[in-house]
Design a protein around this ligand. Sequence first.
Ligand SMILES: [Zn+2]
Length: 570
Amino acid sequence: MCPSRILAALTVSILLAAPGHAQTPPPAPPPLAGRGQSTPPSAPAAPGPPLPTQKPPTRADILRGEYGRYRANNDLLFYHLDVRVDPEKKSIAGKNTIRFRMLEDDTRIQLDLYANLAVDRIMLGGTPLKYERDLNTVYVDFPRTLKAGKEYAIDFYYSGMPKKQGRFGGMVYDKDPDGHDWIFTACEDEGAAVWWPNKDQWRDEVERMEISVAIPNGLVDVSNGKFAGKTDLGDGYTRWDWLVQYPINNYDVSLNIGNYVHFADSLGDLPLDFFVTPGNLEGAKRQFAQARPMLEAYEHYFGEYPFKKDGYKLIEVPYSGMEHQSAVTYGNRFANGYLERDWTGVGTSLKFDFIIIHESGHEWFGNAVSAADVSDMWIHEGWTTYLEALYVEHQFGHDEALRYVNAYKSKVRNREPIITQRGIHRSPSQDMYFKGALFLNTLRSVVDDDARWWTLIRDVFQHFKYQNILTEDLVRYVNAQLGQDLTPLFDQYLRRADLPVFEMAFDETEGTMAYRWRADERAFAMPIKIGTAGRWQTLRPTTDWQIMKTTLTKGTVAVATDLYYVTVFK
Ligand SMILES: [Zn+2]
């Protein structure tokens, strides 16, 4: 998902702390309140309004987010979502066939469908099943115990009028500028159960999926996966069939119904298909030419496009965009930047189309490598924001990539940890995008060997693709690959609100400098480069003071803060 644009305006005011005019002897260390500047804040930042993520969870959040007994007792294998969409009535009706393997003997499983939609019936073969609804949860009960290791399939029939909600609307019945129906789904925050019944959580994915969508003749449905044909149903409707041949997140499953025109390209044997409204065909042919260099850049760093059998698609929609797997939706006005703005403010953003580069990056991180709980969504957004910087590096060089990623400091708040509480469907704050990317840029400097870094990030992708993981899986793997324990670094940047503070205290008569990290993690130990620009030396500070001889002084010393995202205090 693209970051919200509101944030940029909110953060500027808290970043303008003046340098503290310190007296000798050595000043008191600052509170651990790094906000991305290289000088200490002189006053506490003004308290902002409480963030939405600080609200206590509702019971619906827990029902949705908890991976309890009736979720954990089964493993999803396959969905066939087969629906009819009526633009006049703004309704949807049909069924989802859900195939799963039981992991424990049990008589009940937990599924999800928003309370405003009707459950028409749930069938196990010819047997109607009892069910119990609790808010947006549907517990399905079986007359006999389902046995561990065995596979079962149920048909979940439903109908209703999805309610427009959330950032992009969930499911929206709109019109295009020419007055044709334009119906789409985008439901990452509120969940796929806003428009279809499924096991709506992040840990378990089906291995593959079929999507069948009946719509009035003349309209086109573009969903995920490979186009598998269309059938005239003889009643004014045509069914469009799509086949997803890889694991897929529920929220990535998408309908895009409109008066689309199609054009195609390819990258080797990877088909690239583009769907836009007729008035934007020329603009799209110009702008979507960026898909090829984008794919080439990401394939260079991580390996082959992960959904090759399904192809790559860009589909025009009226909202900014979303990473729907193999069917990336696009609403960035066929212009460079992010909604025609210089998103990072250093000129680089105007050299490419933010939505093509960001949302497609999610094919690697988000769709192929997925988080197992929304708490760890930085695995999607921090990595993909870092992928933007890799794209910049591939196209425009390392210096420009450094300028680009460091420009994101102005959007970081450091008010709360990036990783949130598990099991309550708690989305992280926007720091997961920008601080997440800056942390990965820092980690590259910690590795301090680009050949090793390129190998590491490629291996991370290849090792975890098509899996749903938590941060600790990633940390364990990185530690093993590098042969060192970087857990305190991951913990400080992802599980604590504050940046590490690099403290220096100079004794110019003795010609010495005392230095250490001030961090919440007592075991925090990270190398850092100091000196003068272009003449760096690497120090290995810990949270204990060390003293070194130096000709550097408080006035001349610089810290390589473009390479390490830290607060500096001297
Ligand atoms: Zn995103």
